[in-house]
Design a protein around this ligand. Sequence first.
Ligand SMILES: Cc1cc2nc3c(=O)[nH]c(=O)nc-3n(C[C@H](O)[C@H](O)[C@H](O)COP(=O)(O)O)c2cc1C
Ligand code: SF4
Length: 460
Amino acid sequence: MRHDTDRLLPSEAVTSLDAHLAAGGGAGLERALELGGDAVIAEIEAAGLRGRGGAGFPTATKWRGVRDTARAGGARLTLVANAAEGEPGTYKDRTLLEVQPYAFLEGVCIALHASGADYAVVGIKEKFTTPLARLTAALQEVVAAGWSHADRIRIVPGPDEYLFGEESAMLEVIEGDLPMPRIVKPYELGLGATTASPNPTIVNNVETLSHAARILANGADWFRQAGTQASPGTMVFTVVGDVANPGVYELALGTSLRTLLEDIAGAEDVKAVYSGVSNAVITPSMLDTPLCFDAMSDAGSGLGSGGFVVYDSSRHIADVLSVLVRFLAVESCGQCNACKLGNTAMSESLQRVQAGEADDIELDTIAETVSGVTDQNRCYLPVGSQLLVGSTMQAFAEELTSTVRERRSTPADLPTPLIESIDADTGEVTYDPRYHLKQLDWSYADQDPAAERLRAIRRT
Ligand SMILES: Cc1cc2nc3c(=O)[nH]c(=O)nc-3n(C[C@H](O)[C@H](O)[C@H](O)COP(=O)(O)O)c2cc1C
Ligand code: SF4
């Protein structure tokens, strides 16, 4: 089910470059070329565009900052478009690539032009076959049509791991390695960096770049007609879980979370909501919070990449927490001991709670473990787990304690909310059917781990 505002999500999928041009597409790139790089960045700054990949970082600040770093060091500059979409509960980037790949490609060309980057790489999961095919075909069309900068865009299919979407791990994959986050961030050391040339890289999300095209076409004031002063524009949200109408919905930022979850997605009797796995739990008392970056963090959670997983009061919080923490334990790459071992220990404890085999000490142990899970972390994954676990244990302390004291087992029937597909007509959601088989070493329980590892290496 899709909800359109005629901003990014079109009412009908745009299936050819001719259709894109007939609907006014291409105007953003045309105007950007007339304006020149500095003026393009100034327009994005005036629009107040903030990244839609999770952190809400101001896009113009990123473009200008990385460009200036590269210029000062006489280094090459590159651009990476992040289409990994690995956050549980999120399906908007794949939707955008399927229904409007041209706006995204226009945004990539504009970013190349504005920043002066040499080339752009789109990192997208190999398993996203339909969006990948649409993107590849659209890229061929815009190159054949002679779009400025389009011949400098390359697509790199990548692995299924969550960390593929972490920006420095994406650089590793593009360079042919496994998705292991680096200590140094892409804006310092980018693609093909050497000690002589740091080659800083700009990394932007698919939706961010798609908005950039519309801003250049329609102007900063048009963009600001929707949204709030600090979070202007619209955002493409995903809602799944215990709702009547799961789907992808584009709404003005500043709309209340309650409007999205209850009025649009049809949630009832909400117990706990998660915006991916990188933020604190959202409880019913927070539902009137406006959907904008600052208000969501002031309320104690975060907007993330706009994907919400809803659990109603029929769910046991131990089941909810367990399925999310298991995901984090599996996906942690193990370069930092506290992250891999801590998330794994918490996941195992929660499984004992679910089985009715835990005692009081188990909850204290989880609380102690979560406080150290970020020790010497290279990336943000364990920060997310600390926020998620800490907040959930606090908000649902009574339920967790009574579950443990009464040695009650829980149904343990929740899937990992990693979305495989959402049917745009019926709203039917399919989750990754094999995720429960994924092991701590990224192999699958029904496959030979050595063969899997080789496959992953050959693929990259
Ligand atoms: C563990 C982890 C996974 C991430 N996965 C994604 C992802 O799938 N897609 C994405 O755009 N950003 C993801 N991010 C955020 C990126 O690192 C990066 O901040 C983002 O792509 C920047 O784009 P933006 O400024 O346009 O938001 C992830 C971050 C972390 C820590
Ligand atoms: S913090 Fe965790 S996921 Fe990130 S690099 Fe370290 S072990 Fe890997």
